[in-house]
Design a protein around this ligand. Structure first.
Ligand SMILES: Cc1cc2nc3c(=O)[nH]c(=O)nc-3n(C[C@H](O)[C@H](O)[C@H](O)COP(=O)(O)OP(=O)(O)OC[C@H]3O[C@@H](n4cnc5c(N)ncnc54)[C@H](O)[C@@H]3O)c2cc1C
Length: 453
């Protein structure tokens, strides 16, 4: 199919979650959309690859979602993939030596649904659980706007949360959700995780884990777009973006009524025409925004190691383990905010994760590791510091160029949900229709999300 016979209604640059969400929403409204993606596959940072060593399709990293991620779940439904997630109400928190506590919802209404299991958690003494409950209540009652631009560690100071509770509870949750430590992360983002994720309702806190390699979730993307006469070009690298025109690396020029730039922010900053950037003050700070790394480590053992679907390793260097097969012999380890691991080579990284597996699942010490594979994402997400949070650009600005990406100012941490929200917001701006997917209703005793801001 020719791509430049007549102008497109919209060109979407980048086929990560944000670009796909924008394109599908536009296509559903009848717009003719062209999607340009530099790689030969879809999904951007949330994708999988064929491992040349094993021939297996591996995720770049385990991606989990929560029940509160309504826009991302809407996108999956649009792709016919809402059934591809397994939902877990329980979280398994493991201590060194293997003692485990299960955090799960009780029949109590939100925000108290997790209270009984936290009070009975073996990794907390009763006085610690009581102090933690006060901290959680403080998080629930906090007004996020007043915490924007401040550190979450300051919030924990003011809520009198001792070091032991930070290491055992606050750090694992905040580092996994925000990809930054509490002493660096913007407090409003961390508070959002607690208010809208864990505390607003048991449904919001459910953990969804894909049963398929991530790239398979997008198999229906091109056919769905084709239904509205849209098209996806893989291997099409965008060299320059103007308000109504995109120039590809091969020199081809394509025209459209609207352009959505759904590239990572560092690419957006170098690709959008400098003259356009000079007129549009959203883009100026993008290039210098810092990133935060994540490591994903695939491990294949000779026998079952994990007897739970996933595990939080309390005070572990590795934060989460996920079982990748029903037996628990295939494991995926995740290390968020992984700056301290930057200098380790693959062998040293695997050994460090293996040491954690042995510490938290002692029976694994006798089980040989067949192979390991490390995926290092140095630019996994933006680093959501208070400075970054202030600079996050809006989807719509003074020019007609729309931005879409997890870095836009959706109020969400760098997540698939933030990306999907930005994509839908870009489509809304083009169509002049509000396509916002509603949040889950909060529990009867929880403030609505808007009141918590
Ligand atoms: C290791 C890791 C673990 C994560 N874990 C989770 C998790 O558990 N849960 C969660 O919700 N989120 C998680 N995230 C974050 C999540 O993956 C991202 O927030 C989300 O995928 C970002 O989507 P995006 O569309 O904004 O950007 P991207 O995914 O970066 O999409 C941008 C697209 O633009 C393309 N592109 C770049 N340059 C060009 C060019 N010149 N021309 C054309 N195309 C171009 C890229 O190839 C890419 O496909 C994780 C991220 C990583 C890296």
């Amino acid at each position: 199919m020719s791509t430049n016979a007549r102008p497109w209604d919209a060109i979407v640059c980048g086929a990560g979650i944000a670009g796909m969400a924008a394109a599908l929403a536009l296509g559903r409204a009848g717009a003719r959309v062209l999607v340009l993606e530099t790689r030969k596959k879809l999904g951007g940072r949330a994708t999988s690859f064929t491992d040349p060593r094993t021939g297996e399709e591996l995720d770049n990293c385990q991606h989990v979602t929560l029940g509160c991620c309504t826009s991302y779940l809407h996108l999956l439904a649009h792709l016919g993939m809402h059934h591809a997630l397994t939902w877990h109400d329980q979280q398994f928190w493991i201590e060194p030596g293997g003692q485990r506590s299960t955090i799960k919802p009780s029949p109590l209404p939100a925000p108290a649904h997790h209270a009984p299991s936290l009070l009975h958690a073996k990794f907390l003494t009763l006085p610690q659980a009581a102090t933690l409950s006060l901290g959680i209540l403080a998080a629930l009652g906090a007004t996020r706007a007043s915490w924007q631009g401040r550190l979450f560690s300051t919030f924990l100071d003011e809520a009198s949360q001792p070091e032991i509770l930070r290491k055992r509870f606050w750090d694992p949750v905040v580092i996994s959700a925000c990809n930054l430590t509490p002493d660096r992360v913007d407090a409003s983002l961390a508070l959002k995780v607690f208010q809208e994720g864990l505390l607003s309702s048991p449904r919001a806190a459910r953990i969804g884990i894909p049963r398929l390699p991530l790239a398979r979730l997008y198999d229906a993307f091109a056919p769905t777009l084709a239904q509205s006469h849209g098209q996806v070009l893989l291997g099409a690298s965008v060299a320059q973006i103007d308000e109504h025109r995109v120039t590809l690396a091969d020199g081809q020029t394509l025209h459209a009524g609207h352009i959505v730039c759904a590239l990572p922010y560092e690419r957006a900053a170098t690709t959008i025409n400098p003259a356009l950037q000079a007129r549009d003050n959203r883009l100026a700070p993008l290039a210098n925004m810092p990133h935060s790394p994540i490591l994903g480590v695939h491990l294949a053992f000779d026998a079952p190691v994990l007897d739970v679907p996933h595990a939080v390793l309390i005070e572990g260097a590795t934060q989460w383990l996920f079982a990748k097969d029903p037996s628990g012999a295939r494991i995926h380890a995740v290390i968020s905010a992984a700056d301290a691991w930057a200098d380790l080579d693959e062998h040293a990284t695997i050994n460090r994760v293996l040491a954690d597996v042995h510490t938290y699942f002692p029976h694994s010490r006798t089980i040989p590791l067949r192979w390991g594979r490390v995926v290092r994402e140095k630019r996994a997400t933006f680093a959501p510091t208070p400075t970054f949070e202030r600079l996050r650009p809006s989807v719509q600005g003074h020019s007609r160029l729309l931005l879409a990406g997890d870095y836009c100012n959706t109020g969400w941490p760098a997540t698939m949900e933030g990306a999907a929200r930005a994509g839908y917001a870009a489509a809304s701006a083009i169509l002049g229709t509000d396509l916002t997917i509603p949040d889950l209703p909060p529990g009867p005793f929880v403030r609505p999300a808007s009141a918590a801001w």
